[in-house]
Design a protein around this ligand. Structure first.
Ligand SMILES: [Zn+2]
Length: 377
């Protein structure tokens, strides 16, 4: 017997404006079957949720989280490495995302392979939780960024082997650490931690195995090399020329500027622009230039570096940088889904997954009702 759910009187906000406005949404067996104008009769279903005119969007996608971590800096070094404990931490943090309307997360680096176990338990055993895409352990160079929680590989052969290893463990995607990060490495973040030939080998191997590659890179030359080597996404960026942004736009390389993370990590509050340091100001102006040049923008909170479930911080930061609500919403729905290769979600349309959020007020705030796979929380 098929399970049906309807969300009636929803005020849809969608990245494609022709879908926006008052609608009823019907979901059957976890998949959206209809998005209907409200002038007809209200649909019947096993479960009916009256959105009462509230803003309703597709479930949000956070393209950059670390489920293993909780936002306290010392856990990066002192985290309990036992796999079972780690899995429970990841599961707990996955729920911190779901309850805020984030129905898909991409995990970009953990000390072990626990996010995969959590992903599988949610997907295959019906455990309540968000949909998870994960790289498992990131790939870094010896002593490179977050070497203590990543898989170290060196030289084209070494990084190729590292990519094969994490895929063997069940990685959906690959994360490369190509540079340092502000306040982490004493030598700064302006050099290569991963050489262009290493990035090229890792990306080639990942693509041969049909995995997309997100590259953490915080300087112009490393981003340029990553993009030329075929990277699918750039995390952080920090300081890029218009020329490199134009290449990203041309090659449709997704950009997660992680504005709130840059602000928080360097001692600023993303809600207090008057106190921004130069680095944070630089990131804000970078994302505006990236938008003007046509780079696909995705919303990545880097939560784990900040507390779990804080995608809203990044949504607010992107809005604060001057991007429109439509662009901000798209960065956490349709554009994010496309960037992650998830064609089954990211919009409210028949045939897509029944992941829907009715918001109390707006998608920057708290959810009123969350539906994932046609299941109401
Ligand atoms: Zn990160």
């Amino acid at each position: 017997m098929s399970a049906t759910l309807a969300i009636v009187n929803a005020n849809i906000l969608d990245a494609s404006p022709d879908l926006s406005g008052p609608h009823h949404i019907t979901i059957e067996d976890g998949v959206i079957t209809g998005v209907l104008p409200v002038n007809g009769s209200a649909p019947k279903a096993d479960v009916v949720i009256d959105a009462d005119g509230r803003t309703t969007t597709a479930g949000l996608i956070d393209t950059h989280v670390h489920l293993a971590f909780d936002g306290t800096a010392d856990t990066w070094w002192e985290i309990d490495p036992r796999p079972d404990t780690l899995a429970m931490r990841c599961y707990h943090h996955s729920l911190e995302n779901l309850i805020r309307g984030i129905t898909t997360v991409r995990d970009l680096g953990a000390p072990g392979f626990a996010p995969m176990a959590v992903r599988d338990a949610i997907r295959d055993l019906g455990l309540l939780g968000p949909r998870i895409q994960t790289c498992g352990r990131a790939v870094t160079s010896t002593g490179g960024h977050q070497w203590n929680v990543s898989f170290e590989g060196n030289g084209p052969v070494g990084v190729r082997t590292a990519v094969r290893e994490v895929i063997k463990q069940g990685a959906d995607c690959i994360k490369l650490f190509a540079t340092g990060f502000p306040l982490v490495e004493p030598e700064g973040y302006d050099g290569y931690q991963m050489q262009p030939d290493e990035m090229a080998a890792a990306i080639d191997e990942a693509h041969e195995r049909k995995r997309k590659v997100a590259v953490h890179a915080c300087n112009e030359k490393s981003v340029r090399a990553a993009v030329e080597a075929g990277a699918d996404g750039i995390e952080h960026g920090l300081d890029l020329t218009d020329d490199t942004l134009a290449l990203m736009a041309e090659k449709k390389v997704a950009f997660a500027a992680t504005l709130a993370c840059v602000a928080t990590f360097t001692g600023c509050n993303h809600r207090e622009p008057e106190g921004f340091n130069d680095l944070t100001k630089g990131s804000y102006s970078l994302i505006r230039r990236a938008f003007d040049i046509g780079v696909p923008l995705v919303c990545g909170s880097d939560s784990g570096a900040s507390p779990p479930g804080t995608l809203a911080w990044e949504l607010e930061a992107m809005s604060g940088a001057g991007l429109s609500d439509e662009v901000v919403l798209a960065s956490a729905t349709s554009v994010a889904a496309e960037a992650l290769g998830l064609e089954d979600r990211g919009a409210l349309r028949a045939g897509l997954l029944g992941d829907v959020v009715v918001w109390k007020d707006s998608f920057y705030g708290d959810p009123h009702q969350i539906v994932i796979g046609g299941r109401a929380l």
